[in-house]
Design a protein around this ligand. Structure first.
Ligand code: HAM
Length: 424
């Protein structure tokens, strides 16, 4: 009986894991270069935490279960809520800003397709404790920096501002919760008008909101048109001004190539201000490789309200995008050498030899009792640059044979010198 992986989950073969680990390292280095520090949280959380402010779309896709003590639990669909729970419980009194990053698997019970899985990985940051545009700009800059260091060439950045949309709704008396519902409908791209009817947003405000949602494209034009449209909405204009400031600061990072899209609402309920998404157009339907923005969650988890912003890469989609562009990953970190005992009698010595070599090199001991000829062929197939042959005669003189698999040259090396040997 053979078993398949559960629907929407995947196995990763060694070659692929090597590429994933390489990309993960690059991303971590970028996050850390801006002062973000890693945290890790449990794979499952209480259902209550996961459903609070997560947004209708995500709530529909939660893996929810009861444990043996009848507790309602859920596999995490994202890492912002867990990171903010951790912040409120343990880091609230640290000096601000608190800069956290994470890399972990997430679960959503979605219909699987290319780039959409039920288990996937996110790499993200949360910047806690600055309401200023320079903090929001840094968050966007970190994401783009990581993409650049990974070597992704073709991607599009779109920036929006949920604060503007919420302000228009607030001005016509729409409550926070109802605003969340409208954002959710905007994100799905359906039922917005019906929902506005239902909650009684009519006349000028309705018109303003619907027209704002359509404002997208080149920066100067969008800002100008939005300013005209929102002329009499003081709150919305204040939010628009914040967006303008953010865009100015982005220029300092050399970030000019993006489109403004005031129709971005994101699928999660917690966003309050700037939002952004990054797309890899070559990925087709599931092209969003990154999403984030400014949000408010600490108070939902019993903490003091505090300005926060962050983002998460969809790591699997990022890997797909890099592969589509045939980005070259760091060369295979194969072991540098294979240690081959020529008979069982020298096995103990061969173990000692491999331990000495490991001081400076990755090396494998031949474990399947292949004859020398077969072992050399295997080393060739697997791409070992060196083979160390441990034979009776050389051993008796205190030597082993080092074979360069590329040139075929062989030389004897003193066993006592193996600890100093650096092969690659
Ligand atoms: P999100 O947009 O829901 O945001 O997810 C972030 C990224 O995860 C998406 O852009 C996408 O690349 C990837 N992703 C989502 N669902 C799947 C899936 N089923 N299969 C593969 N990849 C997927 C968040 O999760 C927020 N917590 C981001 C954030 C952090 N906002 C502020 N801080």
């Amino acid at each position: 009986m053979r078993f398949k992986t559960p629907r929407g989950t995947r196995d990763f073969l060694p070659e692929e894991m090597m590429e994933r680990r390489y990309a993960e390292r690059v991303i971590r280095e970028v996050f850390e270069s801006y002062g973000y520090r890693e945290v890790a949280t449990p794979t499952f959380e209480t259902l209550e935490l996961i459903t609070a402010k997560s947004g209708e779309e995500i709530r529909r896709h939660i893996y929810h279960f009861k444990d043996k003590s009848n507790r309602d639990l859920a596999l995490r669909p994202e890492l912002t809520a867990p990171a903010m729970r951790l912040y409120v419980n343990m880091l609230q009194f640290e000096p601000k800003p608190v800069k956290l990053y994470y890399f972990g698997n997430c679960f959503r019970y979605e219909r699987p397709q290319s780039g959409r899985y039920r288990e996937f990985w996110q790499a993200g940051i949360e910047l806690i404790g600055s309401p200023y545009p320079e903090a929001e700009a840094e968050v966007i800059a970190v994401a783009l920096d990581a993409l650049e260091k990974l070597g992704l060439m073709s991607y599009e950045l779109a920036i929006g501002h949920i604060g503007v949309l919420r302000a228009i709704l607030a001005e016509s008396g729409v409550s926070g919760e109802e605003q969340d519902k409208v954002m959710s409908a905007i994100d799905k791209g359906e039922g917005v008008k019906e929902l506005l009817d239902e909650i009684g947003v009519a006349g000028e405000s309705r018109e303003k909101l619907l027209r704002t949602l359509k404002l997208a494209g080149e920066r100067e034009r969008v800002i100008k048109e939005a300013a005209e449209l929102l002329e009499n909405s003081e709150k919305a204009l204040t939010e628009l001004e914040k967006l303008r400031e953010l865009l100015n600061i982005l220029e300092g990072y050399g970030i000019k190539n993006y489109s403004l899209d005031l129709g971005i609402a994101r699928g999660l309920d917690y966003y309050t201000g700037m939002v952004f998404e990054i797309y890899a157009p070559k990925l087709g339907a599931e092209k969003q490789i990154c999403g984030g923005g400014a949000y408010s969650l600490a108070e939902v988890f019993g903490g003091e309200a505090i300005a926060t912003s962050g983002f998460a890469f969809g790591f699997d989609r990022l890997m797909l995008a890099l592969k589509k562009e045939k980005v070259r990953f760091a060369p295979a970190s194969n072991a540098a050498c294979l240690v081959v005992p020529t008979s069982e009698a020298v096995l103990q010595e061969a173990i000692k030899v491999s331990r000495a070599l490991r001081k400076h090199n990755a090396c494998e001991l031949e474990l399947t009792r292949k004859k020398l000829g077969k072992a050399l062929r295997y080393a060739d197939q697997r791409g070992f640059p060196y083979v160390v042959i441990v034979g009776d005669e050389e051993l008796s003189r205190g030597y082993v044979v080092l074979r360069d698999m590329h040139s075929g040259e062989q030389k004897e090396v003193k066993i006592s010198k193996l600890e100093e040997l650096k092969l690659k």
